[in-house]
Design a protein around this ligand. Sequence first.
Ligand SMILES: Cc1ncc(C[n+]2csc(CCOP(=O)(O)OP(=O)(O)O)c2C)c(N)n1
Ligand SMILES: CC(=O)[C@@H](O)[C@H](O)COP(=O)(O)O
Ligand SMILES: [Mg+2]
Length: 642
Amino acid sequence: MASYLYQIQSPTDLKKLNINEKYLLAEEIREFLLEKVSKTGGHLASNLGVVELTVALHSSFNTFHDKVVWDVGHQCYVHKMLTGRRDDFDSLRQYGGLSGFPKCHESIHDHFNTGHSATSLSAALGMATARDLKKDCYHVAAIIGDGALTGGMAFEALNHAGQSGTDFTVILNDNEMSIAENVGGLSNYLTRIRSFPVYSRLKEDLESFIGNFPVLGKSVYRTAEKAKDSIKYFFVPGVLFEELGFTYIGPIDGHSIEDVTEALNLAKRIKGPKVVHVLTVKGKGYHMAEKYPAKFHGIGSFDVITGKKHKPSVRDFSSVAGKALEKLAEKDERVMAITAAMPDGTGLNDFKDRYPNRLFDVGIAEQHAVTFAAGQAAAGLRPFFAVYSSFLQRAYDQLIHDVALQNLPVTFLVDRAGLVGNDGETHHGVFDISCLSAVPGLTIMSPSDENELTAMIQHTMTLDGPSLIRYPRGEAFKLSSECTPIKTGKGIVLEEYGYDFIIIALGSLNRIGLEILEDAKELGILGTLIDPRFVKPLDQELLLEYGKLSETIIVMEENQKIGGLGSLIQHTFNEHDLMKRVSIFALPDRFTEQGDMKSLYEQAGLSSKEIIHYIKHTYHKKCTKIVSIKQDERITHEKKAY
Ligand SMILES: Cc1ncc(C[n+]2csc(CCOP(=O)(O)OP(=O)(O)O)c2C)c(N)n1
Ligand SMILES: CC(=O)[C@@H](O)[C@H](O)COP(=O)(O)O
Ligand SMILES: [Mg+2]
């Protein structure tokens, strides 16, 4: 059987295929996607949905020159296959392998790196503006999903583009899904447009109908024009976009390669900003993903026949947080939960079922979520915004200006804090301490295990101002059967064998800290492990007390080394004239790549092996020093005796 997929080394080869061959290619692409992603894991459903759209895109656009920006970028796998990266798919999302997101360093066909939502329109508009100013000649397109279109930045760009009249194309991939079901007024609007699938044709008919009657007087023509305008308000899909200054083309069947190609070709001919509205089915072609698009949005390896994951879902920190919040809500009706399109990922699904009126999914709108929470808190509620660390970055000013400055009791449940693994650079939650520890009045905690997480969530209810709890992606665990009560700004000593070294480990890294203590003990090196619990306020008393006891102070944290917990401890020691070297095991000053956690920890030097090595080294140095001091003392003594 001829394989079209394996003939394609670049989009030039795709352009040589006729329409039937393109459909055969689409079938092969789906098989390939299923085969590969079922082994490596990845964003399957979104990619299955854009197979024909991507084939049409490369049939119409020439990405050697034209620029294409993928919003979020999780749906770029087909694009990667068609742009020379098909043979790299075994390494998809693996350490050192092919990224699951667009990466300019991978290919000249990737024009802008993405990973977070709602950036594509701004970036594409910027490129189109640069093109015009430099008098270059190429097309620019942004591909954005209906979910990503709920992000504020997308609206800001629509507003700007509509007025600027800049020539570029927005391809709106509407599958009525974000990760969960899409939400909001815009989503409802798009759904209404879906119910007029033939209107684009009707509009053309109306125009040609009017144009076909030159014998009608000008006034009649104008009346007809006006009538056309009012009819438009009732029937024309996409009036919203048209009113903003875009030409709307659609809705188009996104699984028809001819229709999408034709619509894109038309868009290229029309000057100014355009929206091509494409309707697709998330998970198209794989019945399991069509039925359960949320499960197959981003999935680990799985069995294609049964759709079952190879590693069954575990009880993770997110679900522990969700449960703890439910318990709080049971007792206090002021407790509200807020999510920015991540109810599943942040463990809020049960809360949503139980308290549908107290769970607010605001869409992919982190900035709005924070100020919305501020408003709730200002009016007497106790909102909890559960959000991934890297997505909270988007709302830095809202946190400072709208929450902290007014000392409002909003709690941030900061999930995916630390390294996240295969999503890579864009998704690691490694900046929150550096960014947020500078915010006055914000209490920052990190639990060492699930009991502490639950206790900290309860503890936030005793605080008057804003608070934040950071916890990692992955399986929950207990370090002990229960946890000692949380007191604001107080840490605890988890284990105390001796003072050859002191480890201050943040959050779940205490588990590795305990292992290190045991391994060192077997070597006869005795250490102490401190769980600071609070990054802010830091337990200065505890840290200074133990800091004085040892020459080897080690801090472990899953945050950038610059501006992290280690720096805060160093600063505390300086302020109290405790001149100690603090050895910080954290993330180096570069962006951490994708990969399995073990490789990433090793790369960052955050593994127990690395730290034990360091402890042994400093211990031996100390012993050698003691031996030589003792020798010196003996010589002096002998000299004196002589
Ligand atoms: C700022 C930000 N918040 C949240 C996410 C998590 N996220 C990734 S994809 C996605 C849903 C996107 O839906 P849509 O754009 O419609 O694409 P689809 O998967 O349906 O093709 C979400 C919420 C993100 N990547 N960036
Ligand atoms: C593309 C995106 O941003 C999300 O789909 C993300 O990959 C989810 O990550 P988790 O798997 O950690 O929920
Ligand atoms: Mg969608």
